[in-house]
Structure formats: C-alpha cells, structure tokens
Design a protein around this ligand. Structure first.
Ligand code: OAD
Length: 276
C-alpha cells in the first residue's frame, strides 16, 4: 500500500506567504481537474542552496561556459576538467536537502487521481523528498554511466559518489574500457529514451500544468508548456521572475518556490475538499 504523504508543516514565521488570488473560474477548473502534471527546473532547488543556470551573478552559466563543460566535445577534449566540475557539482547536490517546495509537491500528488512530476533537474531532490515516478528529462548527476552508452555499446552505470571516490581527478574507466561520465544530458545530446514521449503525452492530457522555477528556454523540455497550453490545461507558473513562456500562464505566482508551493498546495486543497 502507498505510504500517505507527510502532513503539511506549519508555515515558517520568517517566510512571507504569497497571496494567491484565484478567480471563480480558476477555482472551478482546479476543483474539477483530474490530471495534473508538474514541470520543474533549477529554481525549485535554489532554496536548497543549488545555483540556477541562468539569471543572477551566481548562476552557473554566468560563471562558466557551457560549451567547455556540458558538451560531449568538451568531455572528449578535456575529460579531467569536465569530470572535476561535475565532481564539484555532485558534492553540492550530495550535501543539499529538499526544501519546503519539494515537500509541498509530494503532498500535491495526493490531490489528483493522475499526477506526473517531470523535472529538468539532475539533483534527485524531488525523489529525496518522497515524490514517486519522477521523469528526469536531463538525466541524473547521482549516477555515472559509460561514455559508450551513447552508442548503445555499453549500459554499465554506477553511483557517481563511488566513481568520484575511486578517482576524483580523472574519469575512471569502465570495464569495457570506455570513460565513465556523469549520467546527465549534455548540449547536443538526445534525451534518455522515451522520457520526452512520456512527458509530452501527459502534458497533452493534463487538466492542470504547474510550471516551477524554469526559464523555459531549453528545448525540447520547454515545449511541454506549449503542448499543455494548446491542449487546454490550466497553466500555473511559480517563479519570482518572468520566464520565456509566462504569457501562456493562466495564473502566475511571483514568489520563490519554497514559500509559493506550500501556499499553492493549501489553496488547491481548499478547492478540492474531498481529496485526501
Ligand atoms: P534556469 O537557470 O534556466 O532557470 C531558473 C529559473 O528559476 C529562472 O526563471 C529563475 O527566475 C527561477 N528561480 C530562481 N530562484 C527561484 C526560486 N527560489 N523559486 C522559483 N523559481 C526560481 O534553469 P532551467 O530552466 O531548469 O540543461 O534550465 C533548463 C536547462 O538548462 C537545465 O536543465 C540545464 C540547463 O543548461 C542541461 O544541463 C541539459
């Protein structure tokens, strides 16, 4: 039997709770929604201490060049540099904990008969919070895989922490002789097999599509928002800043996820008094 989700924690007195003003029409649509899809990006983990990719001086791509660190060409040319950078990011992820936003999404799941959480994040914090069946579009930094997996020649994987322990400076070799690499998607690489198809099918059937903490600039992932909007879903965006696709949102909650998601979850629960 499924474990019941943890009860909502009381709001922290130091976190300002954003006001969420729902129109009667939105209340009705939220009350009658059966199928919910949540789509998250780096912003949901920002309050867990993990930097986002874009926006602000401390974002990753304002400090580092993605073409030197996050492409197969960069890894082929400078494997040690790329391995060490991912080692540094892995240490950040390993030391991070889910925040109130991740936990609110676990409770959100119980409100809908059908629910799917799709993430662009590689940090595994949704799963650590207790979300189930998470679709990881861009892979995971918690595992290393063989470089030869890209040609289908080798499917060996291992825990990234163990691979880094074995060899922190240089990517260790797989049994097949290939170099181990982080099991993430780099620019120019295809997404893991089947994940986009699954996410797109769910987006196309969604009654509610909740977008959290993404700049909505990286495709094909960002296209899910367009699919859901075209299919008539209520699109709700949680982001303190406008994103590239904010115009598609029926409701925008302009606040950080750790404060906004618990407040939104409470509002949606109020609209659906019969949900567990
Ligand atoms: P981005 O860094 O592009 O966008 C982060 C978004 O989070 C921005 O729109 C911020 O305004 C928002 N944000 C910041 N703090 C927030 C908070 N506390 N709560 C809610 N939102 C907040 O991250 P992604 O859209 O996830 O791809 O980036 C998409 C992809 O680009 C990543 O998966 C990665 C990157 O290159 C690959 O590595 C393939």
């Amino acid at each position: 039997m499924a474990t019941p989700p943890p009860p909502p924690p009381p709001p922290s007195p130091s976190t300002p709770v954003p006001e969420i003003n729902l129109t009667a029409d939105l209340r009705h649509r939220l009350a009658t929604a059966d199928r919910a899809v949540v789509f998250t990006g780096a912003g949901v983990s920002q309050e867990s201490g993990l930097a986002t990719f874009r926006g602000g001086d401390d974002s990753l791509w304002s400090q580092y060049r993605p073409e030197e660190l996050a492409t197969p060409q960069a890894f082929a040319a400078h494997p040690d540099r790329v391995w060490q950078w991912y080692g540094w990011r892995h240490a950040g992820v390993a030391g991070a904990s889910p925040n109130a936003g991740h936990h609110a999404l676990v409770r959100f799941e119980a409100l809908f008969p059908s629910y799917l959480l799709v993430t662009q994040n590689v940090d595994g914090l949704h799963q650590q919070a207790g979300s189930r069946g998470v679709v990881e579009l861009h892979g995971t930094i918690r595992q290393a895989c063989c470089s030869n997996s890209r040609t289908g020649a080798c499917d060996r994987r291992m825990d990234m922490g163990k691979a880094l322990e074995r060899s922190p400076e240089t990517p260790p070799r797989c049994e097949c002789g290939g170099r181990l690499r982080p099991a993430v998607v780099w620019f120019g690489e295809p997404l893991p097999q089947g994940v986009m198809e699954r996410a797109a099918a769910a987006a196309g059937r969604a009654d509610l599509f909740l977008v959290v903490g993404t700049s909505a600039t990286v495709y094909p992932a960002a296209g899910l928002i367009e699919i859901a909007h075209r299919a008539g879903a209520v699109v709700v965006e949680v982001n303190p800043e406008p994103s590239a696709l904010s115009r598609l949102a029926d409701l925008r909650v302009q606040a950080p996820a750790a404060a906004a998601l618990p407040a939104l979850e409470r509002e949606v629960r109020r609209c659906r008094p019969t949900a567990t």
